[in-house]
Design a protein around this ligand. Structure first.
Ligand SMILES: NC(=O)c1ccc[n+]([C@@H]2O[C@H](COP(=O)([O-])OP(=O)(O)OC[C@H]3O[C@@H](n4cnc5c(N)ncnc54)[C@H](OP(=O)(O)O)[C@@H]3O)[C@@H](O)[C@H]2O)c1
Length: 393
């Protein structure tokens, strides 16, 4: 078995630390090449001491200098770099076999695309990158021979439920529908009126999953499911009308594929991201992820219900953005990132998130998303429009 060298983008986050937990269980299989963080320099230092990467990356030169001093004191030879260019370099480095893409938000796009273009095994947790650049991203995967493994638990589940060669449209493989499960988040069953005054801490208190704050808010608004719907269209060559969102509060079935003969294949497991991460790291083999075995008697029952798109309009907004095509998903994503940041900072109410996204969507034209410059410009202009609307409130 050859040793695989891994770069973990977003190492200090929820997915990043789970990835390092799985890697740490298999020192004979994996070596960490690079670890990156944005501002969490103490957390990155602790990870460097434990995993001894060749390279560490932080956003600012000042934080990088601090980390360099700490690592020198600890007599560690890790090289420390700073800035966006360094993220790209550690994603495309020739000594790297696999890249975990676990930066949150649009900031993950350029390093993830760099890993794809370098033909790496790319473990995709950063759904925003694919939402923004769908066609361009998938085209780069094919052209550069990258191996793309979905880490979002739903897409990882669907990947496991589909035939190994699933490109070319679902119908070719007898698949009639993808059933994308959703926990419903902390506010499942709430009315729109009740949602108006919820706090960031309530929104981040997810019933089943422990995640970063941005994706936790996205789960609470159901924008996460909307982004996942777009992600699934690109990953599995599916149309939006071939994907049904199924609210399943126990989060035990992670998603399903329905076939023309009436079979429905599901992937089940405890809600622990180490399962899809271990799958992505070891594919096509299976390795221990440190996850407790599923106890069906303890779970006892599985429930299913439709999503309430009146109380949670973000799911509909995402479906409409996918239908509009071009730069519309990038605009949706950018407006949502600004809105979530404002909600977490106490500057916008919970129901204001969907309202802001809809206003920015209506104000921005949809253009063909043929090149990266157009996509990045659509992202930047949507952010500007969102900040301007926030300032006027
Ligand atoms: N958490 C989950 O269970 C889960 C499940 C499915 C998919 N995902 C997806 O995985 C991605 C990561 O989610 P998460 O929950 O792990 O997020 P998180 O806990 O907030 O971690 C985000 C990571 O990205 C880094 N980062 C943030 N902004 C950055 C920037 N501008 N430039 C460079 N690095 C930056 C953070 O560094 P600092 O620590 O320095 O801020 C941190 O390492 C998201 O796209 C999310 O949708 C997550």
């Amino acid at each position: 078995m050859s040793l695989r060298r891994v770069t973990v983008l977003g190492a200090t986050g929820s997915i990043g630390t789970s990835t390092l937990d799985v890697i740490g269980r298999h020192p004979e299989r994996y070596r960490v090449h690079a670890l990156t963080a944005h501002r969490s320099r103490e957390a990155l230092l602790a990870l460097c001491l434990r995993h001894r990467p060749a390279v560490a990356v932080l956003d600012t030169e000042e934080d990088a200098a601090w980390l360099r001093r700490q690592l020198a004191e600890a007599q560690l030879a890790t090289e420390v770099r700073a800035g966006c260019r360094a993220l790209v370099e550690v994603a495309e480095a020739s000594e790297v076999d696999a890249v975990m893409s676990a930066i949150v938000g649009a900031a993950g796009l350029l390093p993830t695309l760099a890993a794809v273009k370098a033909g790496k095994r790319v473990l995709l947790a950063n759904k925003e990158a694919l939402v923004m650049s769908g066609a361009l991203f998938m085209d780069a995967v094919t052209r550069h021979g990258a191996t793309l493994l979905p880490i979002d638990s739903e897409h990882n589940a669907i990947y496991q439920c589909l035939p190994s060669e699933h490109r070319g449209g679902l119908g070719r493989h007898g698949v009639t529908q993808l059933l994308l499960t959703a926990s419903g988040g902390p506010f499942r069953g709430w009315s729109r009126d009740g949602l108006a005054s919820v706090t960031p801490d309530q929104a981040c208190d997810h019933p089943n999953w422990s995640m970063g704050r941005k994706i936790s808010v996205d789960s609470a608004t159901l924008m996460n499911k909307g982004l996942e719907l777009i992600e699934a269209c690109w990953l599995f060559d599916a149309r939006a009308d071939q994907i049904q969102v199924v609210v399943h509060p126990q989060s035990v079935i992670h998603s399903m594929a329905a076939y023309s003969d009436g079979s429905v294949i599901a992937q089940l497991g405890n809600p622990d991201m180490r399962t899809p991460i271990a799958y992505g790291l070891a594919w096509p083999e299976r390795i221990d992820a440190g996850v407790e075995a599923l106890d069906l008697f303890r779970i006892a029952r599985l429930d299913f219900e439709p999503a309430d798109e009146r109380a949670f309009p973000c799911l509909r907004l995402a479906r409409e953005a996918m239908a509009a095509g071009g730069t519309a998903p990038a605009v949706l994503n950018a407006a949502n990132e600004v809105a979530v940041e404002a909600f977490l900072a106490g500057r916008l109410g919970f129901t204001g998130i969907g309202e802001l996204v809809a206003r920015v969507r209506d104000a921005r034209p949809v253009e063909a998303a043929d090149d990266l410059e157009t996509i990045l410009e659509a992202d930047a202009l949507a952010r500007q429009a969102a900040y301007a609307r926030l300032a006027r409130q």
